[in-house]
Design a protein around this ligand. Sequence first.
Ligand SMILES: [Zn+2]
Ligand SMILES: [Zn+2]
Length: 421
Amino acid sequence: MFEVKIWGGAGEYGRACFYIESQGVKWLLDCGIIKRGSGVLPELDAEAIRKLDYVFLSHVHEDHSLALPLLYKMGYRGAVYTTEETCAALPHYFSKWLKWLKSQQFPLPYTMADVDCIRYELLSNPMTWTAIGDQMTMCWGRSGHVAGGIWLMFRSADKILFYSGDYSEESETLAFDDPAKMLNETDCVSLGIVDAAYGIQKMSQEEGITNLLNEIDVRTAKGGTILMPVPIQGRGQDLLMILQEHRFKAETMLIVEKHLYDAAVPAPETVYWRKPDYAKRFHAAKEVKTHVVSDEATRCHALRQSGSMAKIIMLPDALLQSQTAQWYCEQLQSASEKVILLTGYQAEERLAHTAQLMKNTGFVMMSTYYKVHQNVNDAERLIHRLRIRQTILFHSEAMAVTAMQLHLAANGYTGADILLP
Ligand SMILES: [Zn+2]
Ligand SMILES: [Zn+2]
């Protein structure tokens, strides 16, 4: 049996943090925050933290990682088990968040000295059952959500637990491993903690991309300007590939910030995480006028060169709070047909911020989908493929989970629990 305590991430969006106990072994899956105000931390239990044997981290994103230093501050002395890519990208996430908190004069929950206390153990041997301690075996595979992102499976006392992490089988560019391959014919998963961030929004990736490109075609045909805030990892790189490959109906300049572009350039460190044809596609997609910019001078130059041509500006600043975002808004004051194109989850606070920005700058907001998570249909397929007896649908607000339960129950599956932190 697995005993689960939800410290965050189910019945809400963000701060994924699941405490698991089986056969006297205690471990934690992820330790993230909700990026609202000064940050909403998971409900950490100091006594349980001191007794933890392991902590596993599925991927680098804030809602899974940013509370990790607190574990050490509260007395955890074990390691964080994760992939090399996640480990390499993490310090930037911690320092970026602390810097932002400081700039807003919010209290800091920890310092970079606490960050330095984290001890990492790098996971190797994907898709292989490996002993961890003498009570348990575990395996992991690529989750298709971000480079370095993984799902995890644990076998303890002949029972199996599956944690999807953030999970998508539909990425344009990222490879994924089928967890079903790790099960024998007679195996079933006793407990699944399954990404269902899109709830009952049932759009497929294909429909989402078609809608996105239609919207872009309509705007660019009128010589419009599209500001696209994207995360640097995962979705940002997929969208860059899609736009670079798109045959625009009107002449369009794609303006991309250098560190977003650099992260997308095929490299030996990321080749394992991407689909086999990625490098070929990336180099073949030269039809579009892509301008890579890195500072005010190059941004000015790109805007001048584009003149009255339609343009899409990709900013690795999901909240549009950076000085660069501000700068573009000022420069584009007199442009017509200005759109902020959102492609991900819109937290209330973010919508409010974007609405304020629109009011001040004359941009219109548009929202489309590019899937990097699962909706209820995807989760349902995975539940059946892995024969999951009991499922915690995570990464969604409580109302959305209830709607998904009803959907699953109507199709005959009653194993989905609603559990809140
Ligand atoms: Zn994520
Ligand atoms: Zn997440």
